[in-house]
Each structure stands twice: as structure tokens, then as C-alpha cells.
Design a protein around this ligand. Sequence first.
Ligand SMILES: [Zn+2]
Ligand SMILES: [Zn+2]
Length: 448
Amino acid sequence: MANIDPRAKNTVDVHNANDDPEVIRIQADLELEDSSPERMRLMRRQLIDGVCDCDSCRRRRLWIAVRRAHKIAAELQQMEELDEMVKRAYQGNSNAVVDMIEKYEFAALEHQGGPIMITGCAVCEKLTQDEKCYHCGREPWMMTMKNFIKSRKDLSKFPRYICLPVLHAAAWGGSYDLVEKILKYDCDVNQQDMMGCVALHWVTCNGHTAASKQKQYMSTAELLLKSGADVTIPDNGDKTPIELTLSPCPVFNDMRLTILKHKKKILNENLLQYCQEGNADLAMRMHRAGADLGCGDWLNDTPLHVSVTFGHIVLVERLLEAGKIERRLLSLLDARSVDGLTPIDTAHKWGYRRIASILQRERQEQVLKDMVSRITQDGTTTINAKIPPELRGTLLGHQVAKQLKQQQSRQKRMVKLLRLEQRMNKKGSIEKKPLEIQNKSSQLCVIA
Ligand SMILES: [Zn+2]
Ligand SMILES: [Zn+2]
């Protein structure tokens, strides 16, 4: 039953549980419970059918059995009480939560319980939101799989029963007051749950909620940020909280701005620091957590300047890649420091010829692309586009003309294909009409 992943220390491993005699015994007990007349009525089953053995029921019994196995009575009672506490935390019931934290202290803050939601039950899809599902155990207030996918598509391998620490549950439920109270108990704000998420992850993915609820989430996020939330921690889907405000969750721009307002300065400083040290992984992590590629230090040296100055070629390549994705590579390559040097000049100054040639090549490519797109967007279509007169006869003009020619021939081919298709469609419609008439006349013949 040992789980190798250290981050998943509190998860329930149901895969190796089938050989465990105690798990099998508890499952049998639960089956007996399910076959009682009262449960049968709730599951809308006839007594003659016997106990339900659908996938959802089997998985629920296994999940409960694995959690209960090898525990003495006192531990079981504590687990049940703490599970209830996490559920209450999601619903925003602060009195019940505070009582439990005072009773169990650190164990209560660390406990991952619930479940807050249950994913993937065939029966639930037929039920309305406010019906209780007796097959998987979903309560009316729990989210459905559909809702969950809408907000967190990135967790493709999320567990079926989602259990969270109490802070995460309160944050996801969006209750500011409760989060504030829990944080006062010396709770670790950067604790990771079984999906690798910190509490901030659960707050930032709520772009799909109503405007009033969004405000609540934003103030909760501010509270977490002020309490020292680390925005650079990726979850098991390799997403930082700020990445979740853009994709795959619904866009939540206000949340993005809220995080940047608090963390931008420190992230930028760290990015420049790691660029100096040449630590590519950490530098890119800062960028993904919200650091700006175009930021400058006191000499207005951008991350690209700094990594070129110290000759970190791998880092330079990764920065170029990131700039391309953000579609701002040209402006990054043309950024000037206080003494008027671009990254290319800096590379020459410090004698890094290979880096200089890489930068030069990238810049040429970008200038070319920029030119072509500007000419074609200038109100003219690609077919009629011509290179500007001031570029005629220059090397750049020659390259731009070549690119344009390629695009024009591609577009001409497309137009030809379109016309051909239109002609075919016209022919088709002419040929179809007589057929219909023929059919009608033949029908008439039969009737007559
Ligand atoms: Zn069932
Ligand atoms: Zn269900």
C-alpha cells in the first residue's frame, strides 16, 4: 500500500487494496449494509434484485474500505469527524470548523478529507443537482463532473473522490472569513493536496463563476498572497496558479492582475537573479509564475541582456522560445539597456560569437515575418501586396519579396480550389433538380 509519490502521501491507494483481507471484509460489511430494505428503497431497487453491483457502488465500497482499514476505533472516529469538518469548510460553516481545529489542532489542518466532490458516476448524470446519489455517495451540494471539468480541465488524472485539506476546501468554497480564521491557526498556506495544488490553485480557476462570486475569490486570493502564498508551485498538471487564470480554465483576467499586483516585483527580481546564475529551470518557472520577460534591472538590462552577459546559451534559447510564444520576440531583441546596447550588441561586447549569431538569425527571421504581416495587413490583400519602395534593391527587400511570392502563390491556389468547388456545387444542384421531378412523376404513376 506504500505510495511512492511523496506529494501523494495522504491519498487513498485503491489499486493494491484488493489483496488486503481487511479491505475485503469491510467491503462485505458494506455490501450487507447496502442490501438492507431501507438502503434498497433509497437506491430505487426491488428487494428481489439484491445489492447493487454497479461500477459506482463497487468503487464507493472499495474507497470507504481502504480508508477504514487498519484503523482502531478512536482513529476511525477522528477521521469521520475531520471528514465532516472539511465538508463544512467547503460550505463555509466556520463555527463547526473552528471547533474541530481547536479539538484536533495540527492533525485537523493536515487532514485531507471530504470528499468535496465525486467525479465520474454514471448514475449522477441522470440526477438533478439537488438529488442525493446513493450509488456513489454524492451529496446535493457537491459539484458534478461537468462543473469540475469546466473549471479544471488540466487535471486529466484527478482522483474519483476529491479530498482536500481544510484550507483548500474553504478557499474553493470561496468563504473569505473562514480562510482568515484557519490561517490564524498557523496553517501552512503552501500545503499541497493530492493533486499537487496549493490553496491558491483552487481559487484562481474560478473564472466561470458569477461576477459577485469572482470578487469573493479575488479577495480570498489577496488574503492568501498576503499570508505568503508561493505562486511558483506547479500542480501535478504542471500549471502554476497564474497559468490557471488563462487556460485550460475559463479566463479570469482580474485574478491574474490581482496576483501580479502582489508578486510581480519579487518575481521579476528573481527572474533576473536566476538569469545571472544561469539556472534555466528556475528562471522559466519564474516566467511561468508571472514574471515579465521585458522587465529591466537598475541598468535597464532585460533577462535576455543578463543571460547574454554571462554567456548562458541554454537559457538564451529558452528565453527566445518563450518570447516567440508571447509574440514579442522582436521587441525583446531590440530592447536597449541604459548604455544603448541591445542583447546582440551585448553578446558582441562580451565576445560570445555563437550567442550573437543565434540572436542575429532569430532577429532576421522576426523582422521578415513582421514586414510580411505588416504589408499584408495594410488594407491590401496578399495577392495585390507589393514591397514598400524604400526596400527595393536591398537584401531585406529581396527576402520580403520572396516570402510574399510564396504566400501569394499559396493564396492563388486556394482561390482556384474555391472557385472549382463552387462550380461543382452549381453543377450538382442543376443535376439534382430533374432527378427530384423524375421521382415525383414516377410516384404519380404508381398511385395512378
Ligand atoms: Zn449502484
Ligand atoms: Zn452518483
